[in-house]
Design a protein around this ligand. Structure first.
Ligand SMILES: Nc1ncnc2c1ncn2[C@@H]1O[C@H](COP(=O)(O)OP(=O)(O)OP(=O)(O)O)[C@@H](O)[C@H]1O
Ligand SMILES: [Mg+2]
Length: 249
């Protein structure tokens, strides 16, 4: 597990979000330090995905403030594209471009968004495929890859923008059991290298070994926010304990 410093990279203060009459986030506050890995757990519908989507401005917030490197990014006047370049996101369903090969999927944003030459982007993409342990899959199309390989291409694609934070929303829950490990291993390696990460997952083994901190959400609130060891030592309230009992037994 990576040592963390105290410098907050991403700060959420009192985030509120409703969909119509349904209040989904009821004043969530969270500070993520540079190099920290935070795992977010909680029951279905508790607001985990919404919280993650608010972090990279995929979802506008109703109230509260989001700071990234001490700068407010949640205001109307902010350029969402500038923020999203710095915050990478990986989804449950991979969301690769089906008509592009693995290497082309990874090259796309550096070429289109950063204006990088195709040759430079290709070099970066090849290096990233090596990093996610599929160096021989550059020319493969998504439908020629296993789910675990596709998710690792999706991680490489996010990394190609050199983000300062990676957000993962249940990255392994669409995968067959034998592929979960290879994806979690890549995520754990990135965390160990100091990639600041926020991970929504039910993989408690990953949480125990790779997370510095565990956040437990329930009913649109952050109910627990504890260092990993403390969280799993049982120093949590009844809601978190009942949730853990359910998923561990
Ligand atoms: N775009 C939307 N429009 C309306 N309601 C939404 C929308 N997105 C989410 N919700 C609702 O907000 C609540 C929180 O959803 P969210 O997806 O954040 O939960 P979650 O904790 O990620 O759940 P899961 O574990 O099932 O992924 C749910 O009641 C959901 O139905
Ligand atoms: Mg979700």
């Amino acid at each position: 597990m990576q040592d963390i410093n105290d410098k907050p990279l991403l700060v959420l203060e009192g985030i509120e979000k409703s969909f119509g009459a349904l209040k989904v986030l009821k004043g969530c506050s969270l500070s993520v330090s540079a190099s920290e890995t935070v795992v977010v757990i909680g029951p279905s519908g508790s607001g985990k995905s919404t919280l993650l989507r608010c972090m990279n401005l995929l979802e506008p917030i109703d109230n509260g403030v989001i700071l990234f490197e001490d700068r407010e990014i949640s205001g109307e006047r902010n350029d969402k594209h500038v923020v999203r370049k710095q915050i990478g996101m990986v989804f449950q369903g991979f969301e690769l471009f089906q008509h592009l090969s693995a290497v082309e999927n990874i090259m796309l944003a550096p070429v289109k968004v950063l204006g990088m030459s195709r040759a430079d982007a290709h070099d970066i993409a090849v290096g990233l495929l090596r990093k996610v342990h599929i160096p021989d899959k550059a020319g493969a199309f998504p439908d020629e890859l296993s789910g675990g390989q596709q998710q690792r291409v999706a991680i490489a694609r996010a990394l190609a923008m050199k983000p300062k934070v990676m957000l993962y929303d249940e990255p392994t829950s669409a995968l067959d059991p034998e592929m979960i490990r290879e994806v979690l291993d890549v995520m754990a390696e990135l965390s160990a290298e100091g990639m600041t990460s926020v991970v929504v997952t039910h993989e408690i083994g990953f949480a125990r070994s790779a997370a510095n901190r565990i956040v437990f959400m329930d009913g649109g609130e952050i109910v627990e926010n504890k260092f990993t060891e403390e969280f799993f030592s049982g120093a949590v309230g009844g809601r978190a304990r009942r949730f853990l009992d359910q998923i561990l037994h």
